[in-house]
Design a protein around this ligand. Structure first.
Ligand SMILES: Cc1ncc(COP(=O)(O)O)c(C=O)c1O
Length: 357
């Protein structure tokens, strides 16, 4: 009697990727997810690069790896050395992982306004976390300047300087952009995402513009309180701040060195209000089963707006930067949403997802 087979011979769930070379080898090559509901509604293909599937959980794993390997190549850091960065979020997490994987110490300076959850996570990943007073960039006590000064006092140490170190942008010229090009077979018409350091937006824009001989359109997405929208709309004449946003990791008060070389490639900008971001965050959960942080939801709103501008039949790609796990105590809390006056922005049939008090 032959044994009954308990498996299917179909290869539907099998891909041929080989084992990776440790943690760092698992960074990148993320899926490109078609957002079906929005694609159907617009008659376009709206695609999200699933960066929340990186091993450290965000798009910043790519930048973390590239800035560390850039320092290694330049001989700035050797075995047993220390990586120092000023970061309030995902870059620190990415760096902490990469440092453990490569045997470096990791020191993170951050504003002391950050949640205990974030501080604890970085400590669990082995980082030496140094909360410092939250002061503006032009104050010498700002966390970025403190990180730089501390690195200068140590031997075999590097300040990775994510905002103005263009190894960050290079990560996306060499990996994110080519992956999107390969995954769409070159059939991409538009790219949009928001900027923090702008490494992701600038590097991916640069690659897609070059690969398509300028055909792919690039729109910068911007939250309230950030100057990028006004800078692009006014062709560099204005930098208007105004307002604040619930999004984390995005929004900028200046043109970073990562954005500067590519700013002239940017075709247009979109300003996305928090009300649209939070409504999209809940909608993607309900209709697509995708659990995203607010910067990703903002990016999807921007892709949806861009699709409507470019018209039916076009393919628009954006970045799904990280999941909601790091923000859930806020994003799904009625009290917090009320404090931001955002409950009414969430359609009534989606308010069942507000499960925390
Ligand atoms: C959640 C999140 N989204 C978006 C970004 C922006 O990415 P970039 O720094 O490449 O502009 C960051 C950066 O830290 C982030 O943490």
């Amino acid at each position: 009697m032959s044994a009954r087979r308990l498996y299917s011979t179909s290869a539907r769930f099998v891909t041929s990727t080989k084992p990776t070379n440790g943690f760092v080898g698992a960074i990148g090559n993320t899926p490109l997810i078609r957002i079906n509901s929005l694609s159907k509604e617009t008659g376009c293909n709206i695609l999200g690069k699933a960066e929340f599937m990186n091993p450290g959980g965000s798009v910043k794993d790519r930048a973390a790896l590239f800035v560390v390997e850039d320092a290694e190549r330049k001989g700035l850091i050797k075995a047993g050395g220390t990586v120092i960065e000023g970061t309030a979020g995902n870059t620190g997490i990415g760096l902490a992982h990469v440092c453990r994987a490569k045997g470096y110490k990791c020191v993170i300076y951050m504003p002391n306004t950050q949640s205990q959850e974030k501080i604890d996570l970085l400590k669990m990943l082995g980082a030496d976390v140094r909360p410092v007073p939250a002061v503006a960039f032009d104050n010498p006590e700002n966390y970025n300047h403190q990180a730089r000064r501390y690195a200068e006092t140590l031997e075999n140490a590097v300040w990775t300087n994510q905002f103005d170190n263009i190894a960050n942008r290079q990560a996306h010229i060499e990996t994110t952009g080519p992956e999107i090009w390969a995954q769409t077979g070159g059939k991409v018409d538009g790219f949009t995402c928001a900027t923090g350091t702008a490494g992701t937006f600038a590097g991916t824009t640069r690659f897609l513009k070059e690969a398509s001989d300028g055909r792919v359109k690039s729109f910068a997405a911007d939250p309230p309180g950030s100057v990028i929208y006004s800078y692009i709309k006014s062709k560099g004449k204005e930098m208007i701040r105004g307002g604040s946003s619930i999004t984390e990791g995005i929004g900028q008060g200046r043109i970073t060195a990562n954005l500067q070389p590519d700013i002239d490639l940017v075709d247009d900008a979109l300003k996305i209000p928090d009300a649209d971001t939070i409504a999209m965050l809940y909608r993607l959960l309900d209709e697509e089963g995708i659990y995203l942080g607010a910067s990703s939801a903002l990016n999807v709103v921007a892709a949806y707006e861009m699709a409507k501008i470019l018209g039916p039949g076009k393919t628009v790609v954006t970045i799904l930067c990280d999941g909601a796990y790091r923000y859930q105590s806020r994003l799904f809390s009625r009290k917090w949403l009320e404090s931001k006056e955002l409950v009414d922005a969430i359609p009534e049939h989606l308010q069942k997802y507000i499960v925390l008090a």
